[in-house]
Structures are given as structure tokens and as C-alpha cells.
Design a protein around this ligand. Structure first.
Ligand SMILES: [Mn+2]
Length: 334
């Protein structure tokens, strides 16, 4: 447990105790750290007798996430709820207000306290209380420490949700942010939720045919820049429409991960035009010290971590590719 988390725990608990109705969310393109952290917090708050609403946010939760409690998530984005109904909002795993919703400007009403719990280094702290610690590999690992410090019992359902967040945000325990503390915690979580491997299997083996077609299009498009330091896969909106690809089933990070797994390739970028002139970009690197991709994503207006980051660019695919290629050159002095 870090000092930041230890100091934040009693302050956060005080606000929770005062609150009557608490709002939680998942971030756009929800990943297991977002969904698992939100569900774990929901179960924890309910164990304290609190009334909690967890909204999915801008995008649907992938069907492959068979996490305990996932059926209780309300299918609404931040702009679709009445914020006046809540006196406390706990934002988790969201580095900026844009990671709460990008559909509509996120406004916090005056009567609503905002607590931010996050592990993104780029988070500037947009809440009244900010518990931000980039030394954690996953928000879920922060939640584990916070709950322990608040003396909230880790149940089976909390454990499995936290495990899935930690498992995914450490890249299955292969990113540089994984250490013995992670394994200590995971040891406790997997003892409580021994069926964890089944949940991982379901998450990683629920691909649709349309997702495979997308992968084929993306891989066949790859282009090298700067001798393979940057390699881009791109799929435009026309291709997605023509091939009847279900956008909810596109995981751009699979492609950028695949690219960075190639020897001699350093930064994998997968660029998808999800809507006309909206390009979603996912970056992954095999060398996070030399090519910290959070710097690239932040320079483009996005965010993320050293090894995994992303951005959304409102422009044509060609403009977006040029922008990524040019910014890469500047950021890494190529
Ligand atoms: Mn995370």
C-alpha cells in the first residue's frame, strides 16, 4: 500500500458515509480494469448499505466480460442521467473528464461531491478528492488497497472483479508495472475466486467471425514508418460498413499488441475510423522506456500508460495517419 492510498482511504470513507446516493461509471470503450473496478466498488458500497447506480458510459460492456454483477450495470451514458439524483460520484480509471464521456461535455452539479480514483500518470485531478497514484499497475489494485484500509470485506464477487482488472492492466502480468505486491494481492483474490481462469478464458475466447474479418483487414494494411519504429494498421469507415463489421466487437488493442510483438517493430498503432471522420487510435510498445507511448498519446490529445495508450482524432484517416507519423517523429526525435 502506498502513502497516497493510505492517506486517501479515511477521507474517501468519510464522504461515502455521508452520501445518500452514489453514482459510478465505466469509461468509453470499457476495459476490464474499468468494469472490474466499478463493479467491485459497487459491491463494497452496497455492503455498507449504500444506494449505488453504476452506468456503462458511452459504450456497451463487451459480452465476453462475464464478471459478477455485470447484469446490474445501467445502459446509460453520463449525459443520459439526472446528475441531481446523486450526492456523490466516484470516477475510477478515468484520466480526464473525457474518459467519463466524450459524447457530451461532462458537468458536475454543485451538490455532487466528486472523488477520482485512478492510476494514469496524466490525470491532473478533476475531483474534489483525488486519489491518483501512477505507481499502481491497475485501478483495481488501488481499490483492493483502499477497501483493506477501509476495513471493507473482500467478498468473492469483489475479488473476481478486481482480479480481472489487475490481470488485464498488467497485460497478464507481463508489463513492467507488475511486481510482488501484485502477486500477493492476486494470491488472496484467486483464493476467494478460484474460478478466475474460466473468466479469463471466456474473455479471450469469445471472438465473433466479424472480429476475425476485422483483424484480417487491419493486419493486411500495416505500413512501416521510421524503419519499423512505428507501424500502423488502419481500417476506414467504408471497410467496416462494407464488411458488416460489428463495431462493438472491434478490439483495436489486439492489433496494436500483435504489431508490437514483431521483432524489429517498436510502436504498434491501430487506427480505426469508427464513425465518418472519427479515428480511434490504440498504441502499444514493446519498449516502454525508449518509446513511452503515453507521451505520444498526450501530445495528440489522448492519454494512457507507458506501454499502452490511445487517442480519438476527429479528422479523416489520411489526416490522422499524417498526424500520428509527424508527432511520433517529434516526440522521439526520429
Ligand atoms: Mn486501468
Amino acid at each position: 500500500m502506498t502513502e497516497i492510498v493510505k492517506k486517501s482511504a479515511p477521507i474517501i470513507l468519510e464522504e461515502i458515509n455521508k452520501a445518500k446516493s452514489i453514482l459510478l461509471h465505466c469509461h468509453p470503450s470499457p476495459d476490464p480494469d474499468s468494469v472490474g473496478s466499478a463493479l467491485a466498488m459497487k459491491f463494497a458500497l452496497e455492503s455498507l448499505g449504500k444506494k449505488v447506480t453504476l452506468i456503462q458510459g458511452d459504450n456497451e460492456i463487451p459480452k465476453a466480460f462475464e464478471f459478477p454483477g455485470v447484469e446490474t450495470i445501467v445502459k446509460k451514458s453520463y449525459g443520459e442521467i439526472n446528475t441531481a439524483d446523486y450526492d456523490l460520484f466516484i470516477s475510477q480509471d478515468a484520466s480526464s473528464k473525457g474518459m467519463i464521456s466524450f459524447l457530451k461535455e461532462v458537468i458536475f452539479p454543485e451538490n455532487m461531491k466528486v472523488i477520482v480514483i485512478d492510476h494514469h500518470a496524466s490525470n491532473v485531478g478533476y475531483g474534489h478528492i483525488n486519489c491518483i497514484d501512477a505507481s499502481y499497475p491497475a485501478t483495481a489494485q488501488m481499490i483492493f488497497d483502499l477497501l483493506k484500509e477501509m476495513n471493507i470485506k473482500i467478498t468473492h464477487d469483489i475479488a473476481l472483479n478486481l482480479f480481472m482488472g489487475i490481470y488485464t492492466d498488467t497485460g497478464g502480468f507481463q508489463y513492467g508495472n507488475t511486481d510482488y505486491k501484485t502477486f500477493d494481492i492476486v494470491s488472496e483474490l484467486t483464493e476467494l475466486a478460484p474460478e478466475f481462469a474460466k473468466t479469463i478464458f471466456t474473455m479471450n475466447n469469445s471472438k465473433s467471425k466479424s472480429a476475425l474479418i476485422f483483424d484480417g483487414l487491419a493486419i493486411s494494411s500495416i505500413t512501416e514508418y521510421y524503419n519499423g519504429i512505428l507501424v500502423i494498421a488502419s481500417v476506414n469507415f467504408d471497410q467496416i460498413t462494407k464488411n458488416n463489421i460489428n463495431k462493438e466487437e472491434i478490439y483495436s488493442s489486439n492489433i496494436s499488441n500483435e504489431i508490437k510483438s514483431v521483432e524489429g517493430y517498436y510502436i504498434g498503432a491501430c487506427m480505426i475510423e469508427t464513425e465518418q471522420n472519427i479515428v480511434k487510435v490504440s498504441f502499444r510498445t514493446r519498449d516502454e522506456n525508449k518509446y513511452d507511448v503515453s507521451r505520444l498519446a498526450v501530445a495528440l490529445g489522448g492519454g494512457g500508460h507507458k506501454a499502452a495508450a490511445g487517442v480519438r482524432l476527429n479528422m479523416t484517416m489520411n489526416e490522422a495517419i499524417n498526424k500520428v507519423v509527424e508527432t511520433t517523429k517529434i516526440i522521439y526525435n526520429l
